[in-house]
Design a protein around this ligand. Sequence first.
Ligand SMILES: Nc1ncnc2c1ncn2[C@@H]1O[C@H](COP(=O)(O)OP(=O)(O)O)[C@@H](O)[C@H]1O
Ligand SMILES: [Mg+2]
Length: 81
Amino acid sequence: MVDSRSTQPLGSVFVGRQREMAELTAALDDALSGQGRLFMLVGEPGIGKTRTTQELTSYAEQQGVQVFWGRCYEDEGTPPY
Ligand SMILES: Nc1ncnc2c1ncn2[C@@H]1O[C@H](COP(=O)(O)OP(=O)(O)O)[C@@H](O)[C@H]1O
Ligand SMILES: [Mg+2]
């Protein structure tokens, strides 16, 4: 018997973060109705900042939102943000 859960690629399941996603999707809905918001996701490396942002991106794109990504250098002495 095949367990369909085992056919999903590792890392594809997004676990928890209901509170964060509720806040972020509500903020996106606010933005779509004209009230822009700024959020910063802060936490130690590997805690899920990028993944949470990717999940929000999926949610946004499902609603026809165009999403842009920017990246910073990570070298020593790089100015923050
Ligand atoms: N809520 C989650 N559910 C499942 N996997 C997660 C979750 N948060 C992070 N991960 C996984 O953990 C790894 C590190 O997360 P990542 O978003 O890159 O961390 P950060 O950007 O904070 O350094 C990635 O493989 C990511 O897919
Ligand atoms: Mg990251």
